[in-house]
Design a protein around this ligand. Sequence first.
Ligand SMILES: *[C@@H]1O[C@H](CO)[C@@H](O)[C@H](O)[C@H]1NC(C)=O
Ligand SMILES: *[C@@H]1O[C@H](CO)[C@@H](O)[C@H](O)[C@H]1NC(C)=O
Ligand SMILES: *[C@@H]1O[C@H](CO)[C@@H](O)[C@H](O)[C@H]1NC(C)=O
Ligand SMILES: *[C@@H]1O[C@H](CO)[C@@H](O)[C@H](O)[C@H]1NC(C)=O
Length: 392
Amino acid sequence: MVVAVLALFATAAMAAVYNVVDYGARAGGGVDSAGAFLAAWAAACGDDGGGDRTPPVMRVPAGNFLVGQAYFRGPCRSAGGVVVAIDDGAVIVAPPAVANTSWIMFHYAHRLAIRGGTLDGNGHSFWSCKSSTKTPHCPPGTTTLDISQSNNVSIKRLTLLNSKNVHVSIFDCTNVTLRGVRITAPADSPNTDGIRVALSRGVTILAATVRTGDDCVTIGPGTAGVVVRGIRCGPGHGISIGSLGGGAGEGEVRDVTVEDASLADTQNGVRIKTWAKPFAGRVSDVRFARVAMHGVENPIVIDQNYCPGNINCPNQMSGVKISDVVYEDITGTSATAVAVRLDCSGSNPCTGITLRNINLTYDDGGGEEVARSFCRNAAGSASGVVSPPSCL
Ligand SMILES: *[C@@H]1O[C@H](CO)[C@@H](O)[C@H](O)[C@H]1NC(C)=O
Ligand SMILES: *[C@@H]1O[C@H](CO)[C@@H](O)[C@H](O)[C@H]1NC(C)=O
Ligand SMILES: *[C@@H]1O[C@H](CO)[C@@H](O)[C@H](O)[C@H]1NC(C)=O
Ligand SMILES: *[C@@H]1O[C@H](CO)[C@@H](O)[C@H](O)[C@H]1NC(C)=O
C-alpha cells in the first residue's frame, strides 16, 4: 500500500524519458544513428508533459554514437520544454563529411535544456582537405551545434571537440545560458571559433573553457545583453566583437560585458574589429573587466581597419561607430610591444573609451622591454594605474 502510494507520487513528479537506444540508436560499429535520435526527439517534443511543467527527456546513454546530420525542430508541446540529457560517457560523433553548414541543429526549440555529454565534430580530415592545395573542392565547413530561433535555452557541462567550423552558434535567440561548456580543437585548426553569437539578446556564457584555432567567443551584429564571465581562453584568437561593418544593414551590438576572464597564448585578448568599409553600424556600452592576460599578442585591441589581403577596402574608413567601452582591471603580459591598440575609424572616431587600472607588461622572452599604447581617432579618459601609459 505504502509502496503503491510512493510509486504514484514518483510517477507524477517524474519526466517521461525517451532513450535514443529504444528508437534504434546503436553505440559503436559506425551505424548512423541520426534517424533514431530524430525519432526520440519527435517523441519527446510531441509529449505535452502531462499538464504539469515537468519537461520530457531525450536521453543519450554512454557510448559512441555516429550521427549524421540531425535537425531537431521545435516548437515542442511541453510548456516546460525538452531536456536533452547526454550521459557523461556519451560521445556523439559526426561523420567525416556533413552535407550542410550545420551538423546538430535545434531550431524553434524554446525552453531547450542540454545537459552533459560530448559532441565530436571529427574535423581532422576536413581540415587537411582545407590546408591541402591538391584538393581544392572540400565539402562545406560545418558548425557543430547550431541553436537558432530558440528562446529560454540552457546548456550545461557540454563538451565540444574538433569542429569542422564554428563549435557553437547562437543565432536569432533570446535568453540563452551556457554554463561550464568546454571546447577543444587544435591551435592550427582553421575557422574553429568556439562560441559565436549573432542576432540575439540575453546570452550568458559562464565558466567556459575554450582552446581552439580561432576566436574563443565572437559576437556578431544585432546582439544585445551578452555576459561572458569566468572564461578561460587559449590557445585561440581571443574574445572578439566583430568583424562588423562588412555589409549593409547590420544591427548594432550593445551592452556586452566580459569579466573574470583569463587568456593565455592567444592572438588577441579583448578585441573589437570592424571592416575598413563605409557600411554603417554601431557598438556601444561594452565593459571588459578583471581580465588576466598571459603572453597575448594584442591584449587590448580596437581595429577598425580590417581589410585582409587589402582587397576591396584599401583607403576606406569604417562606418561603424564605437562608443562607451570600459577596460578595467586588465593585467598580465603582452607578447608584443603594443599592448594597447585603439585604432579607430577616421570618419567615425571612437568616443567614451575608459582605461582604468591597466597593468600590461611586454615580455619578449629576453630582457624586459617596455609595453606601449597606440591610439588613432580614439577619445576618452584614463584613471588609476594605467601601464603602458594611456594615449587617449
Ligand atoms: C540543411 O539544413 C536545413 C535546416 O536548416 C535543411 O532544411 C536542409 O534541407 C539541409 N540541407 C541538406 C543538403 O541536407
Ligand atoms: C530564461 O530561460 C530560463 C530557462 O532556460 C528561464 O528559467 C528563465 O525564466 C528565463 N528568463 C527570462 C528573463 O526569460
Ligand atoms: C521565456 O521565459 C519567460 C520567463 O519564464 C517567459 O515569460 C517567456 O514566455 C518564455 N518564452 C518562451 C518562448 O518560452
Ligand atoms: C604591474 O605588473 C608588474 C608585473 O606583474 C608588477 O611587477 C608591478 O608591480 C605592477 N604594477 C602595479 C602598479 O601594480
